[in-house]
Design a protein around this ligand. Structure first.
Ligand SMILES: Nc1ncnc2c1ncn2[C@@H]1O[C@H](COP(=O)(O)OP(=O)(O)OP(=O)(O)O)[C@@H](O)[C@H]1O
Length: 474
């Protein structure tokens, strides 16, 4: 956005206690057509902002009568939605993290060039405009039913997460989404991208666990011709493909230490070097990553770089497992019934009260993904009653709560309820995957070999069947 030199330009509340700086910033911004309201203290800022809603707040951290970040925190809690740029004399990551946590949209390290001030102000005003548009279009941010991406639970078990999303989306900070497999981490990453100023850029999703380490590195960073056997021509990596948009790194805990070192450089220097190359390429992207692993413990034991963890987790988001937010289950069932029925052109079956009771009591170890697979099956079968729920739940509950020998999963014909062929194939497939993982002591590469499928296929099957983590860590 360019700020035109007009009298009624956007209003900026400038909170700065040093007179010289206040006057300097005011001159620079007024020359761009902005209406600047100079405020010299926390008290003056509080008095003004309680009665006026400017388009932007420029806020110094160290003020004569108090702390700018504490003020920002208070203002956000009181519902201030305006973008805020924090100005600080300390360019440390800690300070940036503090500022973003307190609700800053951006921060400037003093002393800064006039042009830097103007560009930060223009970008923040643009962010503010977009937030207003978003709020007008979608009051709760999450729903995107057309693409099946509604965030169910935004007013229930995911209330805290949903409340944070608009602010997270408006900032360009890295986000680390933690949560068990199938809790909706990718969905949240997409929601952040879709609400961010990078909306028109690409959303590139990379599953770091679905590729063997060397392949992951070349996929992410690209390579130069001749970098390794088979590199017949230069190729751009996915990081470059995400230029202008968001890079989503799923299962970041599975990234090798070598790739972690390269990624750290991307975050620090905003540039990459392709594998086998010397030339550096500038990149402009936002990184959101996700994991079900305990990265703090991995950092403590040297399996994950703590400097990278620090950079990745400027904004941490935790998604609770479905068993801890059972109140979201009815809404999710309804949502998935409609989604899959619409997709298949079928009438959604209605769950009876007993079915819902069972669904609420079941621990759903594969979380929302397992629930979705289950509902999809009910749509295909055309009935969603306690009988249809009883068999699969009983069948799944045993291996999940106490990993039993894989064979126990395959029921003998005498005991087995009548199943559709599709269900019978699915449970046999699940049993085979568990057996291979157990035989390979959790090593996915070895298990894939035993099963005669690719690493990626195995990975997809583990997720499709909601197979529990302890069975396939490795
Ligand atoms: N709150 C929710 N509302 C609606 N759909 C959801 C919700 N949470 C998850 N889903 C759906 O459940 C499925 C699994 O979610 P997603 O892939 O985002 O999980 P994940 O945590 O990234 O899983 P993994 O760790 O296995 O990659 C997706 O189809 C997603 O759309």
């Amino acid at each position: 956005m360019t700020v035109d030199a007009e009298v009624n330009g956007p209003e900026v509340a400038l909170v700065e206690d040093e007179r010289n700086l206040r006057e300097l910033y005011q001159d620079v911004l007024s020359a761009r057509g902005l209406r600047v309201v100079p405020l010299e203290s926390v008290a003056a800022a509080e008095a003004h902002l309680s009665r006026h809603a400017p388009d932007l707040v420029l806020l110094d951290v160290k003020l004569g009568d108090g702390d700018g970040l504490a003020l920002l925190d208070r203002l956000r809690q009181q519902g201030l939605r305006t973008p805020v740029i924090v100005m600080t004399a300390f360019g440390t990551v800690e300070r940036a993290v503090q500022a973003l946590r307190a609700g800053a949209t951006d921060f400037l390290v003093k002393p800064f060039a006039n042009e830097r001030l103007v560009s930060a102000v223009e970008a923040a005003l643009e962010t503010g405009r977009r937030l207003v548009e978003l709020e007008l279009a979608a009051p709760t941010l999450a729903p995107d039913t057309d693409t099946g991406r509604a965030l169910i639970g935004a007013d229930g078990g995911l209330r805290d997460v949903a409340a944070l999303l608009p602010r997270v989306a408006a900032s360009d900070a890295t986000v680390l989404v933690r949560g068990e497999s199938g809790t909706g981490k990718e969905l949240v990453a997409r929601a952040i991208h879709a609400a961010s100023p990078r909306l028109d850029g690409p959303f590139v999703s990379v599953n770091c666990a679905a590729l063997p380490p060397s392949l992951l590195e070349s996929e992410l960073f690209g390579f130069e011709r001749g970098a390794f056997t088979g590199a017949h021509s230069r190729r751009k990596g996915l990081i470059e493909t995400a230029e202008g948009g968001t890079l989503f790194l799923d299962e970041i805990g599975d990234m090798s230490l070598e790739a972690q070192a390269r990624l750290l450089r991307v975050l620090q220097e905003r540039e990459i070097t392709r594998i086998g190359g010397r030339e550096t390429v500038k990149v402009d992207l936002r990184v959101i990553s996700a994991t079900h692993r305990d990265l703090d413990a991995m950092a403590a034991s040297g399996q994950f770089r703590s400097d990278l963890l620090y950079r990745l987790a400027v904004i941490p988001i935790h998604l609770p497992p479905l068993r801890e937010r059972a109140r979201d289950i009815p809404g999710l069932i309804e949502h998935f019934l409609e989604k899959h029925a619409a997709r298949k052109g079928l009438r959604p079956p209605r769950p009876d009260p007993e079915t819902l009771r069972r669904a609420l009591a079941y621990p759903w170890p594969g979380n929302v993904r397992e629930l979705e697979n289950f509902v999809e099956r009910a749509v295909v079968l055309g009935h969603f009653d306690s009988e249809s729920l009883r068999a699969p739940l009983a069948q799944k509950a045993a291996p999940v709560s106490a990993p039993a020998p894989a064979q126990a999963l395959v029921e003998t014909p005498a005991q087995a309820p009548v199943q559709t062929l599709r269900d019978a194939v699915a449970s046999a497939e699940r049993a085979a995957v568990i057996a291979a993982l157990q035989a390979a002591k959790g090593q996915k590469t070895a298990a894939a070999r035993l099963l005669g499928v690719s690493y990626k296929t195995l990975f997809n099957k583990i997720h499709e069947h909601g197979i529990r983590e302890e069975l396939h860590i490795g």
